[in-house]
Design a protein around this ligand. Sequence first.
Ligand code: HEC
Ligand code: HEC
Length: 121
Amino acid sequence: MRFLATILFLIPLYAEQPQEGAKGTPMEPKNLKVLKIPPAELIPTMRSYAAALGVKCDHCHMPRDFASDENPKKEIARAMIVMAQDVNGKFHDGKIHVTCYTCHRGKTAPLTAPPPATAEK
Ligand code: HEC
Ligand code: HEC
């Protein structure tokens, strides 16, 4: 079931990539300081952040103004992006090993110890 949900989620992401700018995708980003990705990858990347932390876009963004830095969570997120880039740079195979989800697992505050044995996985 979860696998199916993942597949169904990924198909529209792929379908959207070529026609960036359409379908409500915001225009050319104006205020990227740490992300170095093609514009078509911006929204899928943002969705991955929201999913990794279990939040909506407005956790890090001001309503209707994604370029604004007024929401302090955005600067925290920038530091996290740089941290993940640093860690991945320490592996010498050029692959991505550590993502937001690696630590966050759908929560804003990652755990530092395993949950009690009765907790859900
Ligand atoms: C965990 C925090 C976080 C979440 C959640 C998040 N974003 Fe972002 N977003 C950022 C950060 C940080 C940047 C700036 C990256 C940089 O400086 O390189 C950014 C940049 C952007 C930009 C570029 C704005 C510009 O003009 O520079 C857009 C558009 C955007 N986000 C859309 C979204 C959308 C849509 C969602 C929800 C699907 C979302 N974001 C969820 C952190 C987040
Ligand atoms: C090495 C583990 C690790 C990775 C990887 C990581 N984070 Fe975090 N993140 C943390 C920890 C730990 C905290 C909580 C810090 C605290 O409690 O002050 C946190 C907190 C945050 C917060 C503040 C949440 C809140 O609402 O208070 C944001 C936003 C965030 N991370 C975004 C990201 C994004 C985006 C990525 C991927 C680019 C990412 N993190 C990757 C460990 C990580």
